[in-house]
Design a protein around this ligand. Sequence first.
Ligand code: NAD
Length: 497
Amino acid sequence: MTHHIPEGLPDRIRHYIDGAFVDSIGGETFDVLDPVSNETYVQAAAGQRADIDLAVAAARRAFTDGPWPKLLPRQRSRVLHRIADLVEASDARLAEFETFDTGLPITQALGQAQRAAENFRFFADLIVAQSDDTYKVPGRQVNYVNRKPIGVAGLITPWNTPFMLESWKLAPALATGNTVVLKPAEFTPLSASLWAAIFEEAGVPQGVFNLVNGLGEEAGDALVKHPDVPLISFTGESRTGQVIFANAAPFLKGLSMELGGKSPAVVFADADLESALDATVFGVFSLNGERCTAGSRILVERAIYDDFVEQYAERARNIVVGDPHDPATEVGALVHPEHYDKVMSYVEIGKGEGRLVAGGGRPEGLDRGNYVAPTVFADVAPDARIFQEEIFGPVVAITPFDSDEEALALANDTKYGLAAYIWTNDLKRAHNFSQAVEAGMVWLNSNNVRDLRTPFGGVKASGLGHEGGYRSIDFYTDQQAVHITLNESHAPRFGRG
Ligand code: NAD
């Protein structure tokens, strides 16, 4: 297979602090691999505490002394729209870099680049439309909300769709007037290195955007423990979220946690089977299965179970796995050999826990790179590890059910609660089931398509707090209540004897 290497790759990936690209103070670096050759293609600066200190100090100066937090919403909005324009204009290049670094299929990486632009456009519009509450107590008081940016926001992001997920935090944090330090995932730092030029060209003032590369336990940890960073927005594994939660506790930081998932897709016998198949196949195999909201447990009503499993397996076997840069590819290469080993270990575990009906190893003809054949296990019991644990790859568990009650119990029987997908044409069941399922987001007879105004987030081990639309604005701002007396003060008169 050809190995596409984009032109213009950087010779080194550096931090971006106070408007300049810099190496780590101590010169530390780490290797970055591409997932098709698994060879190191670049060294990235590995940020340490001292580098985080510099970045936070720059962001703090830009917050206290710079123009950004004080600009009119319209002025910041214009800058954000320019960012969106620039991202859109370079979507093909962004997608090419993203695909090279992550192994995501190029058509899907392109969609993610466009979504990143849309995130900036959306928050650019939202801050000019934003209004805050005023409360009147007739003749006595007026109270109003004075919304304020908080300060330096620490943004810590994962390696799946990295550029888009960075935009999901950068756009609202900047729109609301904060300054930021971004710590992108160490497996995939390439596309993040493009933000600096985009922000400079769009007119983001110096020091407002800072980026420190590095390992989670070093750069990420230092950011979480920095006393001048009052906010941490984190997306990643539930286990990492627990560590960050504990480390942030002594500082009483504002935390937004978007964590892991093991989301159910529930298919009732009365569903439109063809649509359910389309969506449940796409739901777990798109983005290489490296998707937090993947419907990786499919629960199917017994009456259609055998037929569903047969058709599902047939679809999975026909999925085009291959070169991520080929537009015909549907599943590319997993991000990193460590992650590949993890996913493959679950494939082996699954062979002892379910009936393998598709995949089960490397696809034929692809003997290097992190390729996993779309893998389907049927008849998986709810206590199986492949039913309970997040695999984060192209692997799905299918389980039958006999009643609505059993379907609901199975759907809720994991520690996670991010998304749920329900397929039925029965109106009452659809709503009752949706409302009872333990998931932050439900898609009813629908694939994972999200309006940017809706809340995004999980329950249980899938997250704490919701972002999306005004909820992101709330997370990145303080809402100060200002109370004004309209006539005499009503204080009881103490101390007059
Ligand atoms: P991860 O938790 O390993 O890493 C995420 C980020 O945290 C990385 O930047 C990493 O360097 C950093 N990090 C690691 N340890 C840290 C520490 N001790 N202190 C501070 N930072 C630290 O996750 P990942 O493997 O990169 O991403 C995959 C996970 O992300 C999956 O569980 C997936 O479900 C989840 N995810 C969730 C959502 C969501 O919105 N709920 C979206 C995408 C991905």
